[in-house]
Ligand binder design. Sequence first.
Ligand SMILES: [Zn+2]
Length: 54
Amino acid sequence: MNCVCPECKNDVNLGRYPNLAVGNVIECDVCGITLVVKGIENNEVFTEIADEGK
Ligand SMILES: [Zn+2]
């Protein structure tokens, strides 16, 4: 699966998340931002930036 970070536009390494599903929280290892999985379609993972610091 592929996931492009909405913040830094780099590919997020999904190897750490073998059972990725909608609602999961992942982290971009390039910029370190926290992302929430919003949808998975055609091997593409769509994410939204999560609100941090709460
Ligand atoms: Zn990033």
